[in-house]
Write a protein that binds this ligand. Structure first.
Ligand SMILES: [Zn+2]
Length: 165
């Protein structure tokens, strides 16, 4: 299922508040998360997968939402620069800027530059993204880790069983 915003290169992706799951690095041991992260950075040639910027990267999970069955499925990962990552998590960007830790305007400008659009388009799109988030946050979501399920389960088991051997 595709969202309505397919024309935008850089989109906002808000994880429903009701999803227990928001971050793989909280579930996985750090060493396993680092392995995934580094593999993704190599795969993307150490550049942002959206705007091509080199420098500090973030490993971002790509989710697909089934709005009928309320299943949140992990589709893969993408390497993102800080600015693209802040757009994805625009709610967090807002919090950080209210704490004086981030220039929100810079995030908005980055969105406009990458998507080649004006501020009006950003505002409208952001409103739609939050409307969708509010709607999705009324339901409980089942997380489907897809092809990563075994890897993640094994990694968390390995951590627990280490004392046994
Ligand atoms: Zn970028």
């Amino acid at each position: 299922m595709k969202s309505k915003s397919k024309e935008l290169k850089l989109t906002i992706e808000l994880v429903p508040a009701t999803s227990w799951y928001d971050n793989l690095r909280k579930v996985l041991p750090k060493s396993d998360w680092d392995k995934i992260r580094k593999r993704i950075y190599v795969e993307y040639g150490h550049r942002c997968g959206i705007c091509g910027t080199k420098g500090r990267l973030n490993c971002h999970e790509i989710w697909e939402y089934d709005d009928k069955k309320h299943i949140q499925k992990l589709m893969g990962f993408i390497a993102l620069c800080d600015m693209c990552h802040y757009v994805k998590h625009i709610g967090l960007a807002g919090i950080l800027s209210s704490e004086g830790k981030l220039d929100y305007e810079k995030v908005v400008k980055h969105f406009m530059k990458v998507n080649n659009c004006d501020e009006e388009t950003f505002k409208e799109y952001k409103k739609r993204a939050f409307d969708e988030w509010r709607k999705r946050s009324q339901y409980k979501w089942r997380v489907d880790l897809g092809e990563y399920e075994d890897m993640i389960k094994n990694a968390s088991k390995k951590g627990k069983n280490e004392k046994k051997s």
